[in-house]
Design a protein around this ligand. Structure first.
Ligand SMILES: Cc1cc2nc3c(=O)[nH]c(=O)nc-3n(C[C@H](O)[C@H](O)[C@H](O)COP(=O)(O)O)c2cc1C
Length: 365
């Protein structure tokens, strides 16, 4: 039987939570944007769209079961796009087709991961050096995906030299949504973001563009949208620090007062995150260690001296961790949680050092 031609509707983006407002998306983050984190995010004010961590594609790969759960058990009410990383076209097509059997909003191609271990295999951000390969990959995936096919990219490998050529390919192959992290691969995570290049992408492609990189607050989202003309924003690390950010952006863009979050609410968030992400088989100390990776971001908004971060990093047990939280978050529970990260308070280690993978273990711990 000849399959029915896909309808235009199957490629139109799902409606946002407040139609008419710019879109918001939680950026894909390996070891972070799993099902428990999506649930937590949705509790405080979901983004319009979720993206999975990347499914790694190679000759023997099958979609990772724990990542699949963020699709099959997604009860957030918001659509989730499945992200792929890889370069071998038959395997990428095979995996895209397999993922299309699940309730995905679309298939997303990773053209940005900056980890040397990844880009040296010519996948993720490594592909940005090779527009001819991107052309072939986009062509094959576009043909295989009748519904939404989306791309997340950086602006180049070590310079934006190929950026315009790649944007032309994005357009030629009818990509349905483009997320642009406004840094090159070599700029990793901490340089200034080239919002001017995101604006150039908005001018060059017909599909909606999500602006990504250092969208730290609702006010910053509004400024980035003004500067780039993008259809929406995609937010990663600052949605770990502040899971209320998507709701605050809708308030800001809708002309309503932006909710002020108190330290008592942050204490409740830490507790929810702890229990939601807890896996029974993982020992308490290991779970506390994992929590510190999230709390590295949360601590950027607690106090300007970094005292919470200092104490939190020394906690070994659940009781110690929550005692630190009580000391720093409940001493003055009505104190506002900073809308922007305090200057100079950064997650460790230095994110500009080369990392081995895109995961929290190496990017931010
Ligand atoms: C811990 C971590 C894991 C990441 N994993 C992925 C990933 O799986 N796929 C991807 O496209 N980008 C990944 N990224 C990049 C983010 O999606 C995003 O582009 C980047 O963090 C910049 O946005 P931000 O300033 O809002 O964090 C990761 C980033 C971090 C910090």
């Amino acid at each position: 039987m000849i399959p029915a031609a896909p309808s235009a509707d199957s490629r139109r983006l799902p409606a946002g939570l407040e139609p008419g407002l710019p879109l918001t998306a939680l950026a894909p983050m390996q070891d972070v944007t799993d099902l428990p984190f999506m649930r937590v995010s949705a509790h405080y004010g979901a983004p319009d769209f979720f993206f999975t961590e990347f499914f790694r594609v190679h000759g023997q790969s099958r979609p990772e079961k724990h990542i699949l759960r963020s699709i099959t058990e997604n009860r957030t009410g918001r659509p989730v796009f499945a992200q792929l990383i890889g370069e071998h076209i038959p395997d990428m097509v095979r995996t895209a087709r397999e993922l299309l059997q699940y309730p995905v909003a679309g298939i997303d191609l990773n053209l940005g991961c900056p980890a040397p271990k990844i880009y040296k295999k010519n996948v993720g951000g490594g592909l940005l050096r090779d527009p001819a390969k991107i052309d072939a990959l986009l062509g094959a995936l576009r043909a295989a995906v009748p519904g939404r096919f989306t791309v997340k990219m950086r602006v180049g490998f070590d310079s934006p030299a190929n950026f315009e050529a790649i944007l032309r390919l994005i357009d030629q192959h009818g990509v349905d949504l483009l997320s642009v992290h406004g840094r090159t691969v070599k700029e990793m995570y901490r340089s200034d973001v080239h919002y001017d290049l995101i604006a150039a992408a908005v001018r060059h492609v017909r599909c909606p563009v999500l602006a990504n990189g250092n969208v730290t607050s609702a006010a910053k989202a509004a400024a980035v949208l003004r500067e780039t003309g993008a259809a929406g924003v995609m937010i990663g690390r600052h949605a770990i620090r502040n899971p209320w950010i998507f709701r605050q952006i809708r308030e800001q863009l809708g002309g309503r007062p932006v909710s002020v979050i108190t330290l008592a609410e942050v204490r409740e968030y830490v507790s929810r995150l702890y229990h939601e992400t807890r896996q029974p088989a993982v020992p308490e100390t290991a779970h506390v260690a994992k929590m510190k990776k999230y709390l590295n971001f949360v601590g950027q908004g607690v106090d300007s001296a970094g005292a919470f971060l200092h104490d939190m990093r020394r906690a070994m047990t659940e009781a110690q961790l929550f005692a630190v939280c009580d000391t720093h978050l409940l001493a003055d529970p009505a104190k506002p949680f900073a809308a922007e990260p305090y200057p100079g308070i950064i997650a460790r280690p230095n994110c500009e050092t080369p990392v081995e993978s895109c995961s929290l273990d190496t990017v931010t711990a």
